[in-house]
Design a protein around this ligand. Structure first.
Ligand SMILES: Nc1nc2c(ncn2[C@@H]2O[C@H](COP(=O)(O)OP(=O)(O)OP(=O)(O)O)[C@@H](O)[C@H]2O)c(=O)[nH]1
Ligand SMILES: [Mg+2]
Length: 294
């Protein structure tokens, strides 16, 4: 049989379950997941390899109207996902209305490629609700095939994957057949630390934070890592560290546990906090952290 390969890009509103879905396809915790919107800031590839196929999935940031430069860069990742898709997954959640951005919505309804509209989180509703919303989405996005799924419970996900395989073009693989992602190890360190910050801090704090892993050194039995947590203001630095360092310690302990699972090896993680004024609006800084891909 001929080899099939292609790009399957997942787009949708914030918090609908895009990262949960990509992880379910890949079977690994590649993308971080939290109950907060704007958890994902990058375009992250998750690659599923089979003997005669390579499905290159893309997780993307949730679609928003950007208010500052970091968010504008996040939306550039979404735009790029429209450009190279062989199959587009438009993920919506049960009870959701419409995409707030009409431009992106139009890109979906006028797409020349196959669109799979996946209604997620159906575990939260009853059958009547699900059927009603499936019908609604069929009229709103007539060019899409609609599936009801639960990414969290892996309900309907294998069926969608089989449909993807049918839709993919014949092609040699784009990446090494052993590859799982395009991102380097340090990226996952940054993300796992940021996930703990999203979980433990409130309001603006998680959105003002960026992580930069300055050291990643693998020894025979242990990986030594040093990451800096960047905040925008001095007051935020105090909050991150907490009373006698207790808050930062909790982040470190939880991140280390996850890193040990991720890398399958003992980890030593050193964290420190630095003020980097207005990094979210500074194009040069953003570029350094892998955002501005213009
Ligand atoms: N009940 C239920 N919850 C889900 C399902 N899929 C995802 N969630 C939850 O929805 C929340 C958001 O999930 P994410 O995967 O981070 O969503 P996202 O679309 O990647 O979010 P952003 O990256 O912020 O745009 C998390 O609390 C998930 O556990 C599902 O099928 N059912
Ligand atoms: Mg996400």
């Amino acid at each position: 049989m001929a080899h099939k390969a292609g790009f399957v890009n997942i787009v949708g509103n914030p918090n609908v379950g895009k990262s949960t879905l990509m992880n379910a396809f890949v079977g690994e915790r590649l993308s971080i997941i939290t109950s907060k919107a704007q958890t994902t800031r990058h375009r992250i590839l998750g690659i599923v390899n089979g003997e005669d196929f390579q499905v290159v999935l893309s997780d993307t940031p949730g679609i928003i109207k950007p208010a500052y430069e970091l968010q504008a860069s996040m939306m550039d990742f979404v735009k790029s996902a429209f450009e190279d898709a062989d199959v587009l997954i438009y993920l919506v959640e049960l009870g959701e209305k419409e995409l707030k951005d009409e431009n992106f919505f139009e890109k979906i309804t006028k797409a020349k490629i196959p669109v799979l509209l996946l209604l997620n989180k159906v575990d939260k509703g009853n059958q009547e609700m699900v059927e009603e919303q499936v019908d609604l989405w069929k009229t709103k996005v007539p060019n899409a095939e609609v599936f009801a799924i639960s990414a969290l419970e892996n309900f309907g996900v294998p069926q969608v994957f089989n449909r993807i395989l049918e839709l993919l073009p014949e092609s040699p693989p784009f990446y090494d057949k052993e590859a799982l992602t395009d991102k380097p190890e340090r990226f996952f360190v940054n993300e796992i630390v940021r996930e703990k910050i999203l979980i433990h801090y409130k309001k603006e704090i998680p959105y003002s934070v960026e992580i930069d892993t300055e050291e990643f050194f693998e020894e025979e039995n242990i990986i030594r890592m040093r990451s800096v947590i960047m905040v925008e203001r001095e007051t935020q630095k105090g909050i991150i560290i907490g009373h006698k360092g207790s808050a930062l310690k909790r982040v470190g302990v939880e991140a280390r546990k996850d890193l040990e699972k991720f890398f399958g090896k003992q980890v030593h993680l050193e964290l420190y906090v630095k003020v980097n004024k207005n990094w979210r609006s500074d194009e040069r800084q953003l570029k350094r952290f892998g955002y501005n891909n213009k």
